[in-house]
Design a protein around this ligand. Structure first.
Ligand code: HEC
Length: 178
């Protein structure tokens, strides 16, 4: 009986000990603590297919021409035709052709997720280095190269979700297959 009581007291003591506000937190990965809001905000940059999450800012293909030449052309080639990096534009064949070409114009279903992809992962050696205006501009340039928007059309949080991608209806939901 006595042993159980001592155990119970020890347990309570231990539990109470973990709850002490302002207790020293040992150096470490900080597991079990809520991440600071600023830290979460820095990672929480998702842009959804419907444009939710697009930041303020704007850009045109005209402005994106220079950015593409300086930061993308070395891998994606002249006019996005591809080099060591993927072909991004100028497809001669549709996805349903015998030799399909998967580019932004033939494949991507939504324009806002193109912005998201570029902002988080390109240029490949320095991902995350493009500002929001430059990302809008180079996204616009790639849409322009694919014949989807005009050279001077401004892309921003309102106009980008309105861009109708050619392959918008080309995807099927596997859950709806028989
Ligand atoms: C150092 C080479 C390199 C540079 C520079 C580079 N890319 Fe890429 N990019 C790649 C590679 C390689 C891939 C394929 C990555 C993969 O499939 O995971 C890719 C993929 C992409 C894709 C996705 C293609 C698709 O349809 O799946 C886009 C869009 C893109 N890059 C845009 C850009 C833009 C815009 C820039 C300039 C701001 C840029 N890239 C700079 C190498 C590069």
């Amino acid at each position: 009986m006595m042993t159980i009581r001592i155990w119970a007291i020890t347990l309570l003591w231990t539990l109470a000990g973990t709850e002490v506000p302002g207790a020293e937190i040992p150096e470490g990965p900080g597991l079990g603590r809520p991440a600071p809001a600023a830290y979460i905000a820095a990672w929480d940059t998702d842009v959804m297919a419907d444009g939710a999450g697009l930041p303020p800012g704007a850009g045109t293909a005209e402005a994106g021409t220079r950015i593409y030449a300086q930061q993308c052309l070395s891998c994606h080639g002249e006019d996005g035709l591809g080099d060591s990096g993927d072909q991004l534009a100028g497809a001669q064949h549709k996805l349903t052709d015998e030799w399909p070409e998967k580019t932004i114009g033939t494949f991507w279903p939504y324009a806002p997720t193109l912005f998201d992809f570029i902002r988080r992962s390109m240029p490949m050696r320095t991902p995350g280095s493009l500002g929001d205006d430059d990302t809008y501009a180079v996204t616009a340039y790639l849409l322009y190269l694919n014949g989807i928007i005009g050279f001077k059309d401004e892309m921003n949080a309102v106009s980008l979700p309105k861009v109708r991608m050619p392959n918008r209806d080309g995807f099927i939901d596997a859950r709806e297959l028989p």
